[in-house]
Design a protein around this ligand. Structure first.
Ligand SMILES: Nc1ncnc2c1ncn2[C@@H]1O[C@H](COP(=O)(O)OP(=O)(O)OP(=O)(O)O)[C@@H](O)[C@H]1O
Length: 451
């Protein structure tokens, strides 16, 4: 048993309890469990943030008569967090439709109400012991990416570190990068993991709106402000109050509108079209551009003062061709996500297809990769997706797979099928395949199998 594991076992034990009314939290506190500290949160977003800030904590979810948690959101929390979960349920709920069996499957243990001190101590002790083993699994997970993004190349790791820094500061962010590199994904991640997560995320593409409508889209208008303004309309800035406004293609904002946006950023107030009243708003602006804004400033197409206001924090996403080593992992992740929509016989990528993907320049970046893999999965008539299925330029050397490639493909298929059959349980899969867990972990790593 490693010293790290023993130290984690001995450390103070912490739990984050998702409880809307606080009744179960009080009951838990009353038990006075030694060495345990609990933090109560009342929303799923708050739970996500608390667990992020406290990686050693276990998660608890209270199900009582007070409120039904939104199932999809709760499932996402239970699935994405690398956390051990315990459910505290009112007894009747175990058989109710409000808490489905699928949902319950995500928990390591249950405790029905009323809380029993001894049983609770045992349940929590057991789950804490499991959680203390987790750091290894955590490393494996974050190796695939972070913030809902896929990629473990050095340039993506740099992006994750930069996002981490941007989360703690409530200043504007300017995100650069070619089309399809994930700028909106990053903006959403910043919103979701920052203190504004409970507020709205409003996205607006400045290049897709007719110039005469942009003012009212941004600032809103009063009834009768212009012909056709039959109702008062709240603009996107106001709609994003307490949250984030994502301005995509900011370089396409007409010059006169740039002046208005600058005024809003300086004064933190807006005036609806057709009104004189100034409305105070509290919005974080995240802007994105695929063009070089500095050049636009030099050419007089973009205001320098606005550029500086927006560019307080800057992130530039790499093109996919600058992180080719992430292509197999991304392709496999997309494949796994889309498997349900694919023809059932499709099992993976041919080695020629993988090579062609690595050689291709991907002008449309990750979006193009998603489109090509999705289309190939639907259209393919063979077991392995081919270069032609992906619509990529044919490989220069029509290749016969080497023995090594054939072996690798067979190994990957056998391991993946077996893992799937045993619900991703590595110990069970290793036992069935007649190898040790360590050997299986090594093979999973070498074959880049995503668990
Ligand atoms: N690193 C990544 N991991 C997983 N998916 C990604 C990644 N980067 C981008 N995507 C996916 O690629 C698609 C395009 O991403 P997104 O819309 O964020 O790009 P964008 O840079 O904002 O594009 P545009 O400039 O055209 O608006 C989305 O489906 C997004 O989820």
């Amino acid at each position: 048993m490693s010293a790290g594991y023993l130290a984690r076992l001995a450390a103070p034990r912490r739990g984050v309890l998702l409880d809307c009314g606080g009744r179960i939290y009080s009951a838990l506190e009353t038990l006075g469990l030694e060495r345990w500290e609990f933090q109560m949160v009342s929303t799923i977003d708050a739970a996500r943030r608390a667990l992020r800030q406290d990686p050693g904590a276990i998660g608890l979810v209270a199900f009582d008569g007070c409120q039904a948690w939104p199932q999809a959101e709760l499932e996402m929390l239970l699935a994405r967090s690398d956390v051990e979960w315990v459910a505290l349920l009112e007894e009747g709920l175990l058989r109710s439709e409000r808490v489905s069996p699928e949902l319950l499957r995500n928990f390591n243990d249950f405790h029905s109400l009323p809380l029993d001190r001894e049983r609770m101590a045992m349940t929590l002790g057991h789950v804490h012991g499991k959680a203390a083993l987790l750091p290894r699994a955590k490393t494996a997970f974050s190796a695939a990416g972070d913030f809902g993004m896929t990629g473990r190349s050095e340039c993506m790791r740099l992006i994750y570190r930069q996002i981490e820094k941007v989360l703690g500061v409530d200043a504007p962010v300017l995100i650069g990068g070619e089309s399809g590199t994930g700028k909106e994904l990053v903006a959403r991640a910043i919103h979701q993991h920052s203190l504004r997560a409970a507020g709205p995320f409003v996205a607006m593409n400045c290049g897709a709106i007719a110039p005469n409508l942009i003012q009212s889209e941004l600032f809103g208008h009063e009834r009768g402000a212009f012909t056709g303004a039959a109702q008062r309309k709240i603009g996107n800035i106001e709609a994003a109050n307490d949250g984030v406004l994502f301005l995509d293609e900011i370089g396409d904002l007409p010059l006169e509108m740039q002046a208005n946006l600058l005024r809003f950023l300086q004064e933190k107030t807006i005036t609806r079209v057709g009104s004189t009243e100034r409305v105070k708003v509290n919005v974080r602006v995240i802007a994105a551009t695929h063009v070089d804004l500095q050049r636009a400033v030099a050419d007089g197409r973009f205001r320098q003062d606005l550029y500086y206001r927006l560019n307080v924090l800057n992130l530039t996403l790499p093109a996919l061709r600058e992180r080719r080593e992430d292509i197999p992992l991304l392709a496999q992740t997309i494949f796994d996500e889309q498997r349900v929509h694919a023809s059932p016989q499709v099992k993976g990528f041919s080695s020629a297809a993988l090579r062609a993907m690595m050689d291709y320049d991907w002008p449309g970046n990750v979006r193009e990769l998603i489109n090509r893999v999705q289309r190939a999965m639907i259209m393919s008539e063979s077991r392995l997706l081919s270069v032609a299925d992906l619509g990529l330029p044919a490989a220069v050397d029509p290749v016969t797979p080497t023995l090594e490639e054939i072996r690798t493909n067979v190994e990957r298929e056998v391991i993946e099928t077996s893992l799937k059959k045993h619900g991703n349980n590595v110990s069970e899969t290793a036992r069935r395949l007649g190898v040790s867990r360590v050997t299986l972990y090594r093979m999973i790593d070498r074959l880049k199998i995503v668990l």
